[in-house]
Design a protein around this ligand. Structure first.
Ligand SMILES: Nc1ncnc2c1ncn2[C@@H]1O[C@H](COP(=O)(O)OP(=O)(O)OP(=O)(O)O)[C@@H](O)[C@H]1O
Length: 392
């Protein structure tokens, strides 16, 4: 294939699935890296390999781009058996991001990011355009950062440059080995959020190695929990993994606080919402009072002319004459309907609100209270259907 004749790289190359079939790695000294591993990484999804130190995560990942050669088995990238592809050509199709990035220290950020396009023989103009585009995409202003050297960047900025470099030639696949573990927790969380946004835009097939279950749950479309010898204890979506660990090993690994972790991956269901009395901003206070009495409620939600959230009013303030507009309060505590229970809960805590409104666009859908949040979490944990461990 003449890779240099590809169309401009803004047109994304299609993501490809990776299939591991009966893959084993025994090192020359007899150590077993992984044993008879069957695993499929779906096209366009981010799959996390997570597990304790020495369980074979890195061995598994490095066999995909043949930094490590498997002892037995087959690895397919799309329809190609990677052992039949020239390793150099293979690595150009596979972006690789490692801890501490591995940027070339004596090259500027621009030159670092342009490495693979240059190797592929792209002309200068196309490489330069792609580098600018990538730096923007990962949130590094090309004018400020393009001509700096790696030592002139923060840890988080270096990590972003590493991601930009890995994406430069629009690879079908991205391998990421503990890419965010060298930065402090706050920067890590920001990088994770940005990275999720980036993945939404590029939809690569990503294999992501971490030993951190929180990171796995946050980032993964699917997670493979591995134990010694590259054994897959469970292969499931984050909510399923937290809701019903397949083995005691997984239960132990995800931790006793898995219920809390699950908040981060459970969406809001309409059935979870409570429906307090709703009054209109131009209603009279007497009507508002009557609505609260009818519902046996101490407060009501206030909507505006367009049925959008205006605020709320308490029974105490709904006395005398006048309108709801004068006596009601504005409401900042709201979340969109596609938020997670964790976002709803942290919004409630941050704003010290007793409830949060849930909105679909501007439209008011209902509210979540601490009780309904708890019920939603329980329902989601109890309703989980266990998955088969080690599914292909
Ligand atoms: N070059 C090597 N020679 C011999 N044994 C090795 C070699 N590389 C890895 N191993 C062994 O293979 C097993 C899996 O190692 P691997 O690096 O894949 O684990 P890991 O899950 O990525 O660990 P960590 O989280 O500590 O990076 C370990 O028992 C390790 O000691």
């Amino acid at each position: 294939m003449d890779v240099s004749a590809r169309p401009p790289q803004t047109a994304a190359s299609p993501a490809q699935a990776i299939r591991l079939e009966g893959v084993s790695k025994t090192y020359p000294d007899g150590s077993v890296g992984v044993r008879a591993l069957d695993l499929t990484f779906a096209a366009g999804e981010l799959t996390v390999l997570v597990g304790p130190s020495g369980c074979g995560k890195t061995t598994t990942m490095k066999m995909i781009n043949r930094i490590i050669e498997p002892t037995t088995g087959r690895i397919l990238l799309g329809d190609d058996d990677v052992t039949r592809v020239d390793p150099v050509e293979l690595r150009r199709r596979i972006g690789y991001v490692i801890q501490n990035v591995g940027l070339f220290p004596h090259q500027t950020v621009r030159r670092n990011v342009g490495t693979v396009p240059r190797l592929l023989g792209w002309d200068k103009r196309r490489t330069a355009d792609r580098v600018e585009e990538l730096l923007e995409l990962v949130g590094l202003d090309p004018a400020s950062f393009g001509n700096r050297y790696p030592h002139q960047l923060s840890g988080g900025q270096r990590q972003r440059a590493g991601v930009a470099r890995a994406l430069a030639a629009d690879p079908a696949v991205l391998l990421m080995d503990e890419p965010f573990s060298a930065v402090d927790p706050i920067v890590r969380e920001r990088l994770q959020t940005e990275f999720l946004r980036l993945q939404d835009a590029v939809r690569k097939t990503i294999v992501f190695v971490t030993h951190d279950i929180e990171e796995a749950v946050r980032l993964g479309d699917r997670i493979a929990v591995m134990s010694t010898g590259g054994r897959v204890e469970q292969f499931a979506a984050p909510a399923e993994l937290l809701g019903s660990p397949a083995t005691p090993f997984v239960a132990d690994f995800v931790g006793a606080d898995r219920g809390l972790k699950r908040l981060a991956v459970t969406g809001i269901d309409m059935a979870d919402l409570e429906q307090p009395p709703v009054v209109h901003v131009d209603d009279g206070l007497a009507d508002a009072r009557a609505a609260m009495v009818r519902a046996g409620a101490r407060w009501a939600v206030v909507l505006d002319d367009h049925q959008a959230l205006h605020g709320w009013i308490s029974a105490e303030r709904a006395t005398g004459a006048g309108t709801v507009r004068e006596a009601g309060k504005r409401m900042e505590a709201w979340v969109p309907i596609d938020a997670t229970l964790k976002t709803a809960f942290s919004t409630m805590l941050q704003l010290e609100a007793g409830w949060v409104a849930v909105l679909d666009g501007d439209r008011f859908c209902g509210v979540l209270t601490p009780e309904s949040l708890h019920a939603a979490l329980r329902r989601s944990v109890e309703g989980t259907v266990p998955e088969t461990a080690g599914a292909v």
